[in-house]
Design a protein around this ligand. Structure first.
Ligand SMILES: *[C@@H]1O[C@H](CO)[C@@H](O)[C@H](O)[C@H]1NC(C)=O
Ligand SMILES: *[C@@H]1O[C@H](CO)[C@@H](O)[C@H](O)[C@H]1NC(C)=O
Ligand SMILES: *[C@@H]1O[C@H](CO)[C@@H](O)[C@H](O)[C@H]1NC(C)=O
Ligand SMILES: *[C@@H]1O[C@H](CO)[C@@H](O)[C@H](O)[C@H]1NC(C)=O
Length: 224
């Protein structure tokens, strides 16, 4: 009788640990691109500037943009990366499924990189918006919408890209297929209908597995 009760408690404990692990894991499976859009909007509204609409079409193009920057992360979070202007209409839009007639004007662009993934708030302050010039881009009154893309390369740097536009909320950078566009295989972008696959995910998954295994082992050891 005593033994049975003991086991029951163990199982409850194990279940709690697994739940905790799942919680920790799911938190990091969110979309950091959406978090960065929120941070940008908080920074703007604190200055009484308008909130920017989160445009998935623009976000997808931001992701396309940084995918081309892979080898171009110089130290100090600077990116020397300037794809040809025509790429926006000829490469990025078709790859994203952005309807061509709805492509608007890009009114701002910020790119940054670092050696590994950091939380969106740290990426904002330490990578993307760390000088007056980029802060004035964030706070420019011309923008009406924003899109964020991010991608991590295997053992390589981690890139963020923010694109701003002055287009009409529902009429610019419209995605085909009722707003879903074309699924991206790598990275993630704000407003995406698909789950994030940014490259930080594998590291997180590894942590989750470690936590879960740790719990299992502790529970088993307690039993002996
Ligand atoms: C990356 O850097 C190389 C060398 O400076 C340059 O030739 C190339 O155009 C850059 N890539 C992009 C997309 O700007
Ligand atoms: C705001 O962005 C527009 C479009 O890119 C640019 O022409 C203008 O100079 C910017 N304004 C400021 C204050 O930076
Ligand atoms: C906005 O961003 C700038 C640059 O990172 C920072 O110095 C400032 O404190 C931020 N403002 C708010 C209200 O978060
Ligand atoms: C834009 O689209 C949203 C969602 O589809 C809709 O609720 C909103 O009324 C639209 N706004 C305009 C200006 O058409």
């Amino acid at each position: 009788m005593m033994m049975k009760k003991h086991c029951f408690c163990e199982w409850i404990l194990l279940l709690c640990h697994l739940l905790l692990a799942a919680l920790v894991c799911s938190k990091h499976y969110g979309n950091p691109a959406n978090d960065l859009v929120d941070i940008i909007n908080q920074n703007r509204t604190a200055q009484k500037l308008s909130r920017l609409n989160d445009s998935p079409g623009l976000g997808c193009m931001a992701l396309q943009y940084v995918e081309l920057c892979k080898g171009n992360c110089s130290g100090n979070s600077a990116v020397s990366c300037k794809p040809p202007e025509d790429d926006f209409t000829e490469v990025f839009a078709p790859n994203c499924g952005v309807e061509l007639p709805t492509i608007g004007t890009i009114t701002g662009l910020i790119v940054g990189c670092q050696s590994k993934y950091t939380e969106p708030s740290l990426a904002f302050a330490n990578v993307l918006v760390k000088d007056k010039k980029s802060l004035s881009v964030v706070r420019n009154k011309s923008h009406s919408e924003v899109g964020v893309g991010l991608i991590g390369f295997h053992k390589g740097p981690f890139f963020w890209c923010v694109l701003f536009s002055n287009g009409g909320t529902n009429s610019s950078f419209v995605l085909e297929d009722r707003g879903e566009g074309i699924k991206q295989n790598k990275g993630c972008y704000s407003g995406s209908a698909f789950p994030c696959n940014a490259g930080h995910r594998n590291a997180m998954l590894f942590n989750c597995i470690t936590i879960t295994l740790g719990c299992l082992i502790i529970s088993l050891l307690n039993k002996i």
